[in-house]
Every structure is written in C-alpha cells, then in structure tokens.
Write a protein that binds this ligand. Structure first.
Ligand code: URA
Length: 198
C-alpha cells in the first residue's frame, strides 16, 4: 500500500490488517532496528476486538516468536486478561514499536515517530472502543504527553474517539508486586466501562 502524506504525518493507507502486516514486515525506516530484528512483531487477537492492550516494544521472546507478550511479562498479561473473564483471542494485543530495540532499550523519539503511522492505521482498521496502555512508554506515545503513568492511570483518556485507560506495564508489576492492586483497580474500572461483569 502507498503512504499518503497528510498534514506532515505519514499515514499508511493499507486496506486490511494483512496488507498492513506485510508492509510492516518490509519496513526499513529505522536502520538499526531493521538490521538487528529477527522479525517484526505486528499484533495478535481478534481483528474486530472491542479492547486493545498496547505495550511498548517486542522483547527477546517476542522477536524470536513474532508474537507480542509471550515472555514472562506476557504470561502475567495473559493472567490479567483472564482475570477480566476475557481471553487473548477476543482482545487484540499490539505494541507501539513493531521491532525489538537492541537490549530492550527504550524506543528513540525517531523510532516512535517512524512507527506511529503503522500503529495509527492498525487502530483505524481494528476500530476498538477501548485501549489499555501498558506502561509509560505506550501511554505517553499514544496520548502525546510526558505525564507519568502514576498520574495517567485511574482515569479515562481519549485517542481519536477511543477510550483509553492506562495502567502499569506487567514487567513493572513483576518487579513491584505491590502495584498489582492499582492495576487491578484500573482493570475493574475498564471492565465497568465495557459492561463486563467481574
Ligand atoms: N513488553 C512489551 O511491551 N511488549 C511485548 O510484546 C513484550 C514485552
């Protein structure tokens, strides 16, 4: 698919998720990431999901398998999803960045900007009602803010007409189990908004 230039921001015009996935797989906008990745990690789940979980970037396990959130943090995310009485198959799981940054460093502003068009088109094609941002990098990237996750969580934000709830990244919860209670409060708020009874 072609890339259209609208108002300074590049937007992919891929007509389907499959076309977009192929476009992403061939992306070489970030020299370093394109040369160090094993493969791109696009996203998994239902293409018509009401709820998307959005992380930061693939780690080593995801780079190896091509599937987001399959490592230790991913296993905790799966438990969180199941505690919400949902399954990984009925939500959609994606990351801000589709390539693994070497050594799991944070994405650079240029990398985030390069990948934003794919994220934006991916969300346009899925049309979720809700996005749950996992951690500060995802939340700050989507909402274009520098506020901390501690300040962003616990309330509802908007991204292009989609309701956004932010909570701690599961990798942070593995290191700081006392934050699990706050994460669960965020999930209960989100499930309440979605009309999912817990
Ligand atoms: N952490 C993320 O943010 N995304 C993944 O896919 C895995 C770990």
């Amino acid at each position: 698919a072609q890339e259209a230039d609208t108002g300074g921001e590049k937007v992919s015009s891929a007509a389907t998720l499959e076309v977009l996935q192929t476009e992403v797989a061939g992306c070489t906008l970030c020299d370093e990431l394109a040369s160090t990745r094993t493969q791109t990690v696009f996203g998994v789940g239902s293409p018509s999901a009401r709820l998307c979980f959005m992380g930061e970037a693939p780690g080593a396990d995801e780079d190896r398998t091509g599937i987001p959130f399959v490592g230790r943090a991913g296993q905790l995310l799966t438990k969180i999803i199941e505690a919400c009485t949902l399954t990984r198959d009925e939500v959609y799981i994606l990351n801000v960045l589709k390539c693994r940054p070497p050594g799991n460093r944070n994405p650079t502003p240029t990398e985030s900007a390069n990948c934003k068009q794919y994220l934006r088109r991916q969300l346009e094609l899925i049309e979720p009602e809700y996005i749950c941002c996992l951690g500060a990098v995802a939340a700050q990237n989507l909402l274009e803010t520098t506020e901390t996750i501690g300040r962003l969580r616990g309330r509802v934000h908007q991204y292009r007409g989609i309701n956004v709830v932010c909570t701690y990244h599961p990798a942070y919860l593995l290191r700081n189990p006392s934050a699990k209670k706050d994460c669960w409060d965020d999930m209960k708020m989100l499930m309440g908004l979605m009309g999912v009874k817990l």
